[in-house]
Design a protein around this ligand. Structure first.
Ligand code: FES
Length: 109
């Protein structure tokens, strides 16, 4: 292992994420958003990557029943909490976006 690889591994942190009742223990970069960890580290691409500005709602997930936008939340904040994608929010945001492209959607859920 080269020195550069060792540094990269040391910069990652270990965490447990519980998605749809399934627990996953992974190493991830502490600066990643919940959206990035779900899609890139856990390979759960059902959570969609939209605006990354908190405007479209495509990335909504339920964390302990609350619907934060995963593009605006650091993954470390959701570690060990029960998560599942919020289908209802995503559908509503898509409908809202198709009708009102110029305005931000209201909060759903
Ligand atoms: S990607 Fe649009 S609100 Fe998160």
């Amino acid at each position: 292992m080269q020195q550069r690889d060792r540094i990269a591994i040391q910069q990652n942190m270990r965490g447990t994420f519980v998605v749809n009742g399934e627990s996953s223990d992974i190493f991830y970069a502490p600066y990643k958003t919940l959206l990035e960890v779900l899609r890139e580290d856990l390979d759960l691409t059902g959570t969609k990557h939209g605006c990354e500005l908190g405007e479209c709602g495509a990335c909504a997930v339920l964390v302990d029943g609350a619907p934060p936008l995963s593009c605006l939340v650091l993954a470390v904040e959701s570690e060990g909490r029960a998560m599942r994608p919020c289908i209802r929010c995503r559908l509503r945001s898509l409908i809202w976006a198709s009708r009102n492209a110029a305005t931000a959607p209201p909060a759903f859920c």
